[in-house]
Design a protein around this ligand. Sequence first.
Ligand SMILES: Nc1ncnc2c1ncn2[C@@H]1O[C@H](COP(=O)(O)OP(=O)(O)OP(=O)(O)O)[C@@H](O)[C@H]1O
Ligand SMILES: [Mg+2]
Length: 332
Amino acid sequence: MRNTVALDIGSSKTVIYQPGSGIVLYEPTVIALDRERRFVKETGTEAKKLIGRASDSTEVITPVFESEVADINALSLLLEKYLNKITVHRLSARPKIVMSVQCGADVTTLRKYERVLRACDAVDYSFVESLIPTAYGLGLNMTTTPAFIVDIGGGTTEIGAVSADGVLCGISVNMGGLSLDNMIKAYLEDSFGLVVGRLTAEKVKLTVASLLEGDNVSMLVNGSDLSSGRPRAVSVSVGDVLAPVKVFYDKIFEIIQMVMAKLSAEVAADIRRTGVFFSGGGSKLIGLPDYFRKQLGMRANVFDSAEVAACLGCGVLANDKKLLSRYAISRR
Ligand SMILES: Nc1ncnc2c1ncn2[C@@H]1O[C@H](COP(=O)(O)OP(=O)(O)OP(=O)(O)O)[C@@H](O)[C@H]1O
Ligand SMILES: [Mg+2]
């Protein structure tokens, strides 16, 4: 077990879990490379701080975009660094990896991940469609009742029903927290003539985005004036960004309903009773459960472990050979 790791390389965060040790790494999936000589300058939190602030000699890369490997070399370098970080104390060489991948991941996507894992000296690896480990990571018991999972990540949203037998019906949509950041960025430009960077747009989301009725938080947002280019600050409140926030979550709810419409009557009845199990960072938006209930008339279950559930679930599978062989995607 010492060389087994559970891995979730998200579009926003990389999470690594080790049986017996718990979560051993939780860092942004971002790497900063020297533009010419390609050596690693920063990784994770430090690399993310450089987005929009790097010098000409530095290239800041988010190597996973919408749950697809956008840059195999950069991702290999990043993962190697992350595995080395935990190797020093806890991991013997050549790890065995159980990794979550997007729902319906095709052969091309899996091949790219294989190349990354091989470059990191993985001795053995298994891929599992993320809805399954997410259900296990949230601690759901699917032996008697299927579960409907909605994982709102940074790059994609995974939506589907799972049972002990596997994924009953599920899709991966290219919409995540980053899409909402971009929508907020565009909204600030249109409404206030204020241009902000990607990290500021995310900060605005994390500070004032809310679906809670009567919520009245506000913040001072620094950016530059759209016409003069001069630095400018604007006070932004919940109501100011409510429009893009609603557009984003309403769209997700619409897709949830489309997927639900494909379920058998039996499963639909089960789901109506249990409600939907939300996961991923985007599920932490304030007021989401009440808004969901109002729109869809169903319970929304939200968990503190939202951002690490998929990885924890891979850990459960890594500990149980029978379960892993049931769910591992065949690579032939
Ligand atoms: N309280 C919050 N409200 C709204 N969004 C949030 C909150 N906390 C985190 N997020 C957003 O959640 C996203 C990250 O979620 P998560 O860590 O689940 O993504 P990921 O697994 O890396 O991405 P993916 O699964 O799409 O590849 C980011 O866009 C982040 O801004
Ligand atoms: Mg994810």
